[in-house]
Write a protein that binds this ligand. Structure first.
Ligand code: NG1
Ligand code: MG
Length: 499
């Protein structure tokens, strides 16, 4: 195998990628590309997965979240092929067979009713060309290799879509700003039928080595790097995969997309309760989110608060109280008819308003109160988490850990996006020394994240492997275990690797 150690020809900041550890993988990608397509790739695009430290299911409510990019990633080796064909292949060809599309037509057709790996490539491709308002892409040969576990809550999908965008823009001589690429990718993932927020794509594109990101979505996308406080011993993060595959594509109507609808209808009813539903900022905006409702409610009020954090805390606390009143008619959950009646609409009108044609959902009861209480309290925890990181005082490790544990409780009890395996991983890890343990990503399976003092990492990993993996998955190989259970640090975001 040729020694192929790429240089990083970057999209953004300075950084060092641990190329040595990956050299063999890069070399294999390059060799396989040549075997497959009979020519060298022009470049390799790389986009990482992410772990969300805190702020779950609130990106689509317009609230800030706190993820970081991680080392597992998607690589795309690519070259212009001088034809009208888009030919895509995967190193894991047994699981992901090769596909071919025409660059000007069928690449834009995304059938969200089938679960097909190439749909994510099409999303990234189409996102770029929708943005450009054109359909005249150049033919491209692509070989991809991913190390982010699929369906694991670490955003394998976003890593693939973002790497695709990088490859497609480069082949077509386009050079978009990072925040544009992140927004385009977030929007593009909706083509596969998931009504997702923008956290994963922003973390993947804009991640910074050594820092987590405080990502705001409203009024516009803003990613602020935040370092974890220096503690003794330092803080480390462990990721533990339940190995319960949460296939969002299949479960969306009763899980992810349902939560999006619950929070959207919640925002409409809250706006009505607060008497601001008819103000232009609420009436003309689509979708209306809890964040927009909150901002509009406070638009003309001066809380007397001095700094940004105080303003957040004041507003979010008030919204928690208002939610208890706004949804008091059916604290245990609304039927479709009851939600529509609360908004003086027909169920059909409401269904159209929340884009159910594109993202249909199914439920007997829509638990608007609990979903709102989760969203506002989770946003509060994110703001407090950032505050502890930036202005550390007292036992910061304990403070951060408590916020993560409270987030897990809220995800489990109010948002109902945990599962017994996630709860079990959290319990085992905490007993072994984790300060904060919670699910990460969409939940209902997938991964958990644990904040652990560096001197307890070995203990926590040992406890998880003995009490969870050895019991529930006794046949795992060492590699499978290492892929499921590993320590991680904040990694850098997307980049190009030069040859
Ligand atoms: P994952 O874990 O990648 O399925 C999803 C959403 C995020 C966010 C989280 C929950 C996609 C692509 N991503 O992440 O936007 O809402 O769940 O916080 O759907
Ligand atoms: Mg995903």
């Amino acid at each position: 195998m040729s020694s192929f150690v790429p240089t990083v020809t970057d999209l953004s900041s300075v950084y060092t990628l641990n190329v040595d550890a990956q050299a063999e993988r890069y070399a294999q990608l390059k060799t396989s590309f040549e075997t497959k397509f009979g020519a060298k790739p022009d470049f390799v695009a790389r986009a990482p997965g992410r772990v969300n430290i805190i702020g779950e299911h609130i990106d689509y409510c317009g609230f800030p979240v706190f993820p970081m990019a991680i080392a597992p990633d998607t690589l795309i080796a690519a070259r212009t092929n001088g034809t009208d064909k888009v030919r895509i292949a995967n190193i894991d060809s047994a699981k992901y067979p090769s596909r071919e599309f025409s660059a000007s037509s069928d690449i834009f057709d995304i059938d969200s009713s089938v679960h097909e790996w190439s749909n994510y490539f099409k999303c990234g491709y189409r996102g770029i060309f929708d943005h450009l308002g054109r359909k005249d892409g150049k033919g491209i040969d692509v070989l991809t290799d991913g190390t982010v576990p699929a369906g694991g809550g670490l955003s394998s999908s976003a890593a693939f879509v973002c790497a695709t965008e990088l490859a497609v823009q480069r082949v077509n001589g386009v050079d978009l700003a990072l925040s544009q690429l992140a927004s385009i990718a977030a929007h593009a993932e909706c083509y596969v039928g998931v009504n997702s927020g923008g956290m994963d794509q922003t973390a993947s594109i804009m991640g910074q080595q050594g820092s987590a990101l405080f990502i705001e979505f409203h009024p516009e996308l803003r990613a602020t790097p935040v370092k974890f406080p220096e503690t003794s011993p330092p803080l480390a993060f462990i990721i533990a995969n339940t190995l319960v595959v949460s296939d969002k594509h299949v479960t969306a109507p009763v899980c992810y997309n349902l939560r999006v609808v619950e929070t959207r209808v919640g925002a409409l009813i809250l706006a009505k309760h607060l008497g601001i539903a008819d103000q232009p900022a609420c009436r003309n905006v689509d979708p209306l989110t809890f964040k927009i409702v909150m901002d509009e409610y406070f638009a003309d009020q001066d809380s007397g608060a001095k700094d940004e954090v105080e303003v957040w805390i004041h507003r979010l606390t008030a919204m928690l109280e208002q939610s208890k009143k706004a949804f008091s008619a059916h604290p245990e959950g609304y039927t479709r008819e009851q939600m529509a009646a609360a908004l003086a609409m027909t169920p059909e009108e409401l269904s159209a308003k929340v884009h159910e044609r594109q993202f249909p959902v199914r439920a007997e009861k829509f638990k608007l109160l609990n979903r709102a209480l989760h969203a506002f309290s989770e946003a509060l925890r994110v703001v407090k988490f950032r505050q502890v990181c930036e202005c550390p005082s007292g036992d910061v490790a304990k403070a951060l850990g408590s916020l993560m544990n409270e987030s897990q409780d809220s995800c489990r009890d109010l948002f109902e996006c945990s599962c017994p395996e996630l709860d079990e991983l959290c319990t085992i890890a905490r007993k072994a020394g984790s300060l904060g343990s919670r699910l990460t990503g969409a939940g209902w399976g997938g991964c958990s994240v644990h904040m652990v003092p560096a001197d307890k990492v070995a203990d926590v990993k040992k406890a998880l492997s003995e009490q969870y993996y050895a019991v529930r998955h006794p046949g795992l190989s060492v590699k499978q275990l290492n892929d499921a259970l590993f320590a991680t640090t904040p990694g850098r975001g997307a980049c190009y690797l030069g040859l």
